[in-house]
Every structure is written in C-alpha cells, then in structure tokens.
Design a protein. Structure first.
Length: 159
C-alpha cells in the first residue's frame, strides 16, 4: 500500500478547485490509524461558506475516487476546510482579503506594526496605524496576523 503523495494530489485537485472558483491554500496528508487523513484547505475572495465546503468536498472526493494511483486504493478520510483567522497573511491575495481588518505584522527596520488594512495589491499593502497611512512592499513584511475584534468598526448593524 503506497502512501498518498501530497504534491501529486495538489497537482490533480488544484485546477479543479480553481475552476470551482476557489484557491487551494494547502494540502496535507497524515496517517490516522489504517487510513490516511487528507486535509484540503480552500479560500475564496468572498470567504468560504458551508455550502462551498460541501461542493469542494464532493469535487475532491470524486477526483480521489477516480484516481486510484493517487490513493493507491488506500482508505482515506477527506477533510475540506477554510484557512481560519489564525492563517498567516503571506500572499497578496491573503492581504487583499483582509481589507478592513486589524492586523499585526513584523516590518523590516520597524518591528511589529498594528494597523488596519486599507488596501492591498500585487506590490504591497497600505495600513492605517495611529491615524496615519503607511505603505509597505511585501518584501518588507513578515507574516501578518489578523487580530480578532468583537466590535469591528466596519461591521455595521446586524439585522
């Protein structure tokens, strides 16, 4: 029984996940007793709903069932999930999706900076910190971390 190959798995499911409108953020494979645990992390510009998770789960499950060479006929458990708030912000798309959120990020030459993401594009991020806008290129940033806010100013009234 050959182990499931993470890289081959990502190469097969990545294009299908993208076609469904999501980004494949990660794939991991670990042993869980006699089975393999295949964990697939997906994200999208509008987040990921439970219906989205179910759709991607069916899609990935079908691909795994149709590609015995990937699983080696080995039994597996599939877990499809979203990245969660503790995922580090490392890619431009992560920063863009954090627009409006309060983040803490290590900045070269400055140390840690806490500010609100005003905008992000392919070249960098603009943070509002201490009432001022600061622009940073990605090369100057370490992995950012979204701060949990229970009374976010931009949430508006819940109905």
């Amino acid at each position: 029984m050959a182990p499931i190959q993470r890289d081959r798995l990502a190469a097969v499911i990545g294009p299908a996940v993208a076609e469904a409108g999501f980004d494949l953020e990660g794939v991991s494979v670990s042993q869980a007793g006699r089975r393999s645990l295949v964990k697939v992390v997906v994200d999208g510009d509008s987040g990921v709903s439970l219906d989205d998770i179910a759709t991607v789960s069916r899609l990935v499950s079908g691909l795994l069932d149709d590609n015995d060479p990937l699983t080696g006929s080995q039994p597996y458990v599939l877990e499809v999930t979203s990245p969660g708030v503790d995922r580090p912000l490392t890619e431009p798309r992560h920063w863009s999706r954090a627009t409006g959120r309060l983040v803490t990020v290590p900045v070269a030459e400055h140390g840690p900076v806490t500010g609100r993401v005003l905008r992000a594009d392919e070249s960098g991020v603009v943070l509002e910190a201490e009432g001022e806008e600061h622009e940073y290129g990605y090369a100057a940033l370490g992995p950012g971390k979204v701060q949990i806010e229970f009374n976010r100013p931009d949430r508006g009234e819940e109905q």
